[in-house]
Each structure stands twice: as structure tokens, then as C-alpha cells.
Ligand binder design. Sequence first.
Ligand code: NCD
Length: 530
Amino acid sequence: MSEVFKSRSLNVIEDFSIEERRYFFRKTKELKDAILANDEKKMDEFRINDPDFGIYEVFLEDSTRTKESFRNAAKFHHAKVSELLTSSSSINKGESYADTFNMLSGYHNTIFIVRSRVEGLTKWLTEETGEYAKRNGLAYRPAFINAGDGKHEHPTQELLDEFSFLEDNGMDFSHIHLALVGDLYHGRTVHSKADGLKIFDSVKVDLVAPEELMMPDSYIDKMKENGFEVRIFPSIEEYIKSGDVALMWYFTRPQLERMGERILQKEAILREAITFRKEFMPLIDPRSKFYHPLPRHKEHPTIPTFLDKTSFNAWERQAINGMYCRIVLLSLIGGKIGDDYVGERKKDPDFESEEYIIEVKERKEKDGKNKNYSEGVRPIRDGIVIDHICKGDEPKAIRNHMRLISSVLGLDDGKGGEWVSKGSDDKFKGIIFRPGSYEFSRKDLKRLAALAPYCTLNLIKDGRVEKKYRTHTPPRIYNFSDLCCSNEACISHPVNGEGVPATFHRTHDGKFECAYCGRVHTFKEIWKKN
Ligand code: NCD
């Protein structure tokens, strides 16, 4: 039994480190070769081979390939394979996902494969069923595999896509030049590429889609931050005209089921821009390979059927690879393989050790005393002054945010005031004054840091600063009832009624990413709208 990958969930592609993913691809090559050569001994090295090992499929959205390749992969393992028929389950009686999956994990099921329109669902279920397993003394911790969550990610598709690219470039991790063509806005398989392609040392990505279907900025930014060269083209025609065209083309279908009315009206024109036409054939390199996660539409495929019998067709092998990749993923998470892995392991982030609320000593005035707040524009003898709020923003934005701070911190009782002032550096900042007696617990200070990073809080007694704190951006913001992810498709959004507390993690550039759906927010955007 190998412990490196055992019981680990795969919610997003980054849940496995780059080294771990490269190991996965090498293992998939071994397994595929063994199956094609009918090498039973080698195949057995991968097989969980335990009729009591429970693998459960729960598909809350339609699927053919992902679901059936997982089912066939699970059967390869000679394991107990089940499927929840969601159309007749108690989810339709208003039962929460947490209650449903807790129950299923109690019936000795260790790996769950879940597809849903709700983003971040498997991450939440990993947490919930982990607690459930503990309180019920289960001998295992359920692991979850995200088989596609809304517009968010599709990490196992990412693994099989990359495995197929690697087969075509001789398992070379040094470079990839890839065109992504199609509905890059709604397609989760292309969103997973923003982090997925990091397995290559150098990456050039061409995004080919009309504006309405272009990849959301957050993913383009992520690609650039990851060091990818990114180019943008509005149609296949324009792309070919550019004269610098990738050999690998990854197509996706227009995801009509996720489109709003406005885009649907233009469907035919948009489809035209991302559909390959016969006349393009002589214009592209004969070594080109076309990939597609499939399905393609029978009447309006973006890779038309005249291409099926050409050497461009790599999508059929890609779909077959889905089963091999999923067999290996189950071997890893089932603890059957992984012993020979040497390399960097995915580390859990450390949210605890960083101090982001610093108590500062107030500079003494000339008379040797702390700054006197009982003089000046708004004299205050006892109370609080929160200073340097939203420094550098526009006055209107600062005022709006001060209103939010007051309401979330419960400083709305009408006394005191707030104003915007301009410092000697020509930057605006906000100041909140509140006379009265205020206690700030550790939790209040954390809340203040989440609401107003880089502010100072002065606690004033008898006209002098008794205590002063400076806040920095917290590495994690959670456990406040007024937090809210702005994405309605997120499992933590109140419209989904699952009671999931919103949690945010700081990004490298000081923004906050929802721990479930990954949406990036500024610190001002993570609060419930009042
Ligand atoms: C994709 C999906 O469901 O995200 N298909 C798949 O998993 N093979 C792409 C799609 O539906 O267009």
C-alpha cells in the first residue's frame, strides 16, 4: 500500500504538484503499453483488486465519456463500483449534498467521482465527509475526483488531454505550442489548462475565439503569471492568416447550455468563427493534430466529420486515453501505486504562522506623550480612530467602503464620523472616528484586517493613543458570517442553500480567491451586499 497519493482528492489540477503529474503521465504510459501488450502481470501492479473497495459515481450533469470511461476504469480494478441515480435520489427532496455524500461514504465507499453544475462541490465534500468519517470511526477517509464542476475545472480531462499531447511529442516536457479554439468562456476543460500546462517548461498558447466566447481575463492573467506566452485571435481564419500557427489544436464546442440569451442569439455567427472548414486544409501544416474533449454536435461540429479519416484526427485516441488515465488515477488514489515516486509533494498552505495584525508603538509627540486626539478637527477623548483606509483609491470608492466597514464591524450607531483626506503624498485615504468605549477582541481585529488591510486602528483613552495596531492582508479569510463569494454557481453561495461558509485564500498579488470555486476578488468584494 502506497501512501503518497492515497485518499487524496483531485478538485483542481493544482491539487497534484507538477512533479506528481509528470509521474502520473509516465505511469499512464506504462499502463497503456501493458494493456495493449496484454501484459497481465504489469496490469496487476496497477489493479486495486479488492471487491470491497467502493468507487461511487455521482453525475448530476450529463456525461458519456467521463462517466463511462471512469466506470470502465473502476471495473478494471475489480472493485465495488456503484452509481447514484440522481434523478431518483433524496437530493430531489431537498437533501443537502453533504448529507447525501456522508451517507454514501458510510457504506464503505472510498472514492467518489462527481460531476455537477455547482462549482467547488468536491472540495466541500472532501472536508465534510472527512469530518463524518472521523466522528463515525470509519477506517478510511473518502477521496473525491472532480469530473467537471460548472464552468470551473475538469482536472481529469486535463490529465488525459496532456497525456495525448505528450504521446504526440514523444513524452517531451520541455515545450508546447497549443491553440485553444472554441468556447473558451464557458469551457471548463480549457480553464484547467491555465494551470495544467505548467507541466511543460515553456508554453505558448494561442486563444482562438470571438470576443463573446473569449477566455475570462482571470484565466488569461493566470496563464501570463505562469509564464505562458499568450496570443489572441478572433477566428480560425484570422489565426491561419497570422502565419505562425501551432501544430496542436484543441477544439471545444459552444456550450449552449451555459449561455445567456444575448449570446445564444448570435450562435450561428460565433460558431462559424470557431469551426474548421475544408478550405483551411491546404493552409495548415500536414503534421497538425486536432484534439477535442468531445462531444461534438451532430449537426454543427466544430471539427466536421470530413476530418475523421485524416491524419489530423487525434481526438479519437484522446478519448480512448481517458480510460487509461482514469485507471491510473484510481490506482494512485486507491494507494495501489505511488511507492516509487520521488519528487516534490504537494504541500498544504500554511495559514497559521503569519502574523498580519501588528501592534505598533505610537511615535511620541515633542512633549514625550502619545499623539493627542482630543485636539484637531474632530476631537475624541475616548474611542477609536481607524486611519489609512483604502489609501490611494478614489474618494467615492473610499466612502463606499467605509460604509461597509462600519456596517460589518457594527459601528453604525450614528456617533462619530468618517471622512476622506489627502495626504502629503497626494493620495486619498479614509478615516473613521467613533467616540465611546470600544473593545476589540482578536476576532474583531481579524475582521478589521479582512475589511481594511493596511489600515491602522487607534484605541484612544483620555485623549491619548492607548493601543495601536496596523493590519496587513490575511493569508486566509473565513469564519465570518458576512462573507460571500460573488459567484452564484459556487457551492458556498447562499442561493445554493448548502450552508457552506465562504472562505478565501490570498493570492500572490494580494487578492482573495474563493477556496471552493476559485473566483478571484478584491478585499472589498468578499462581503455580502447589504
Ligand atoms: C467536456 C465537459 O463536460 O466539460 N466533455 C468531457 O468531459 N469529455 C466538454 C463539453 O461538454 O463540451
